[in-house]
Design a protein around this ligand. Structure first.
Ligand code: AP5
Length: 217
């Protein structure tokens, strides 16, 4: 199973991605998580992208494509994977297609902008695993601690309100065109076309998950 989760920042791609990967036993490939790990480890890549991410802008297509191609060549991705936050530009989507990286499903998740701001400004993450929580909507069992490891949760640097608004603008300008791109492809006669699914991300985490599963099968 190969899935692309498509949607604005904060619609729940990471949250649903985690559940779908458990269900289908595939790795979650989050370009955002990979870049944040590089920043935490202070690698050359991390130093290069830190200020770009903190400002809410996109990292270059060349960097992202190199990261993704290396990641999907790893043994755990042999039987499928889920992309969370990739592709994010038409250049990335075209580059995937040219490289014969095809997916079975595009899952578009939709949430109103006002709800997104509330979600992101209340989000806490476990940096090592990418698990996400929310102070109100999805709280950890123990305040400030990861449910699985008990380690400290942190707030992302790009989750301040002004940066969230900038990220939404970037999404509207650079990523939203992918909706038409994939919808058109899904209706074509191409044998490699993906199936296109759209769900509302506004219900509870469980309801959104059930909706996706029902539409996938
Ligand atoms: P990335 O890490 O991909 O962030 P994003 O797309 O902005 O998405 P988020 O992680 O913010 O949100 P999400 O949809 O995963 O929501 P979540 O499940 O956490 O990218 C960060 C940066 O990296 C980019 O700005 C860019 O600079 C760079 N980058 C990454 N990929 C790139 C690429 N391909 N090209 C170029 N640059 C790239 O949920 C959000 C909150 O809501 C959580 O608190 C959660 O608990 C809560 N929540 C989830 N579901 C529900 C629900 N149903 N009801 C109530 N609350 C909910």
């Amino acid at each position: 199973m190969k899935i692309i989760l498509l949607g604005a920042p904060g619609v729940g791609k990471g949250t649903q991605g985690e559940l779908l990967c458990q269900k289908f036993n595939i790795p979650k490939i989050s370009t955002g998580d990979m870049l944040r790990t590089a920043i935490k480890d202070k690698t050359d890549l991390g130093l290069k992208v830190q200020s770009i991410m903190a400002s809410g802008q996109l990292v270059s297509d060349e960097i992202i494509m190199a990261l993704v191609k290396e990641r999907i060549s790893m043994p755990d991705a042999a039987n499928g994977y889920l992309f969370d936050g990739f592709p994010r530009t038409l250049v990335q989507a075209d580059s995937m297609r040219e490289s014969q990286i095809f997916c079975d499903y595009i899952v578009q998740i939709d949430v109103a902008d006002a709800e997104i701001v509330a979600r992101l400004t209340g989000r806490f993450v476990h940096p090592n695993s990418g698990r996400v929580y929310h102070t109100i909507y999805n709280p950890p069992k123990v305040l400030g601690k990861d449910d699985v490891t008990g380690e400290q949760l942190i707030q992302r640097e790009d989750d301040q309100k002004s940066t969230v608004l900038e990220r939404l603008k970037v999404y509207n300008n650079q990523t939203m065109p992918l909706i038409d791109y994939y919808l058109t492809w899904s209706k074509s006669s191409d044998i490699n076309k993906p199936k296109y699914i759209k769900v509302s991300g506004s219900g509870s985490v469980k309801d959104v998950y059930t909706d996706i599963i029902n539409k996938l099968t």
